[in-house]
Design a protein around this ligand. Structure first.
Ligand code: FAD
Ligand code: NAP
Length: 337
């Protein structure tokens, strides 16, 4: 089937911040032939391309020039591996949370801590999604990409994805790769991870070993604490937790004994939400955007907020945190264009 371009297409329902954003042209990709066709069209027109998943990690401008393409390639292949392992290959267009719950129902474990993260399977490796002590890199064996530069499809194994904390080569080289499929190495044996205090404290000792109970607990905690994008526009955590050296950590800890921080291979990871909260930002509003009242790390759209207002709010928070603690906060979502 040939590509169908929609002109001046509203993305308001397709980004979780709920910003009004109009794409000059919008298209859905359902087959590999359509991908080739799209590439030919982009070469012909010289248009820029934005790949859109669920729009949950993007801050969009009101006008998006060029083409916005959404990958609509589904699929789930399950193959047994050694030691009760299971290789699961998911299409990049699959919904992340639905895939996690379906696998769990089939007795395939390993992704339960990543339940209820919005978005698509194809975007999960982009920022190496993580929650409650598990990062998706810990479960990925390989990622199948279409490389726009080399104009070919190939698999990158885990190491070649250069995963980091909420980071990967896909995020650093935004625009070069389209993720078609992701292959996970999961297990039919439960190995739960409940080291995060809110998760551990919500489960009795026997339930801590049960992946289904972990999945339910993660969903419950997230529903209580995080704003539902269907009701309040947001893009999840707006800033990454900063990693600082041991020296910086010790200086700050002496000045702020209740500061929340965790050891990290490179020093200490500071809870950005704590830094922002203690600067007095939790629940504050600036125009039609604000800081969520239950989690200071989440910036929200309170009505007809837009990118300019959000950037102004983010800059004010960054400036306060830098002045107070000497720590720079880096935004997590991608700003486009
Ligand atoms: P989009 O926002 O559509 O795109 C994000 C980036 O990936 C863009 O650069 C886009 O061009 C690129 N991209 C999208 N699809 C592809 C593809 N197929 N190939 C190549 N590039 C692609 N993140 C976490 O890490 N942990 C969390 O716990 C978490 N919780 C969240 C909770 C809420 C309420 C919200 C709103 C967000 C949360 N996020 C979290 C952030 C976000 O959900 C994830 O980053 C998610 O993986 C983004 O998926 P998406 O499909 O919406 O991507
Ligand atoms: P939280 O439990 O209040 O914890 C605050 C911060 O402390 C988290 O960011 C987490 O870092 C860190 N932390 C807590 N316990 C830790 C431990 N035992 N070891 C190491 N670090 C620890 O956080 P929350 O806001 O409710 O979020 C819960 C989880 O969901 C977190 O993992 C968070 O990353 C994830 N989440 C992510 C997004 C997003 O958009 N990226 C949005 C919502 C929730 P980490 O963030 O490094 O885990």
């Amino acid at each position: 089937m040939s590509l169908e371009f929609h002109q001046r297409y509203s993305l308001r329902q397709m980004n979780t911040l709920g910003f009004e954003a109009v794409a000059e042209r919008f298209v859905r990709i359902q087959t590999r032939d359509q991908l080739t066709e799209l590439h030919e069209e982009l070469k012909r027109s010289g248009d820029p391309l934005l790949l859109l998943g669920g729009g949950s990690n993007l801050v969009l401008s009101a006008w998006i020039p060029g083409v916005v393409a959404q990958l609509d390639i589904s699929g789930c292949e399950v193959k047994s591996a050694s030691d009760n392992g299971v290789r699961v290959t998911l299409g990049g267009g699959e919904n992340w949370h639905l895939a996690v719950s379906r696998l769990l129902q089939e007795g395939i474990y390993g992704l339960e801590n990543l339940a209820l993260i919005p978005g698509s399977v194809g975007a999960a490796p982009v920022q190496n999604i993580g929650a409650y002590g598990v990062e998706v890199k810990d479960r990925i064996e390989a990622v199948e990409v279409y490389d726009w530069v080399e104009e070919r499809v190939y698999w990158l194994d885990n190491r070649d994805c250069e995963f980091g904390y909420r980071d990967s080569r896909f995020k650093r080289e935004a625009g070069r790769y389209l993720i078609l499929r992701v292959r996970f190495l999961l297990s039919r044996t439960a190995h739960t991870q409940t080291s995060y205090a809110p998760l551990r404290d919500s489960l009795s000792a026997d339930k801590q070993k049960d992946p289904r109970a972990v999945f339910e607990a993660v969903c419950d905690i997230r529903r209580q604490k995080l704003p539902d994008p269907e009701k309040i526009g947001n893009a999840g955590s707006f800033f990454k937790n900063p990693i600082v050296s041991v020296d910086v950590y010790e200086r700050l800890k002496a000045a702020y004994p209740d500061m929340v921080a965790y050891p990290d291979p490179a020093g200490f990871k500071l809870a950005a939400g704590w830094l922002i909260d203690r600067c007095g930002w939790k629940g504050r509003r600036l125009g039609d955007v604000g800081v969520h009242d239950r989690q200071a790390l989440v910036l929200v759209n309170l009505g007809s907020g837009d990118r300019a207002q959000l950037e102004q709010l983010a800059a004010a928070i960054q400036s306060d945190v830098l002045e107070t603690y000497g720590v720079a906060l880096e935004p997590e979502p991608r700003f486009y264009p």
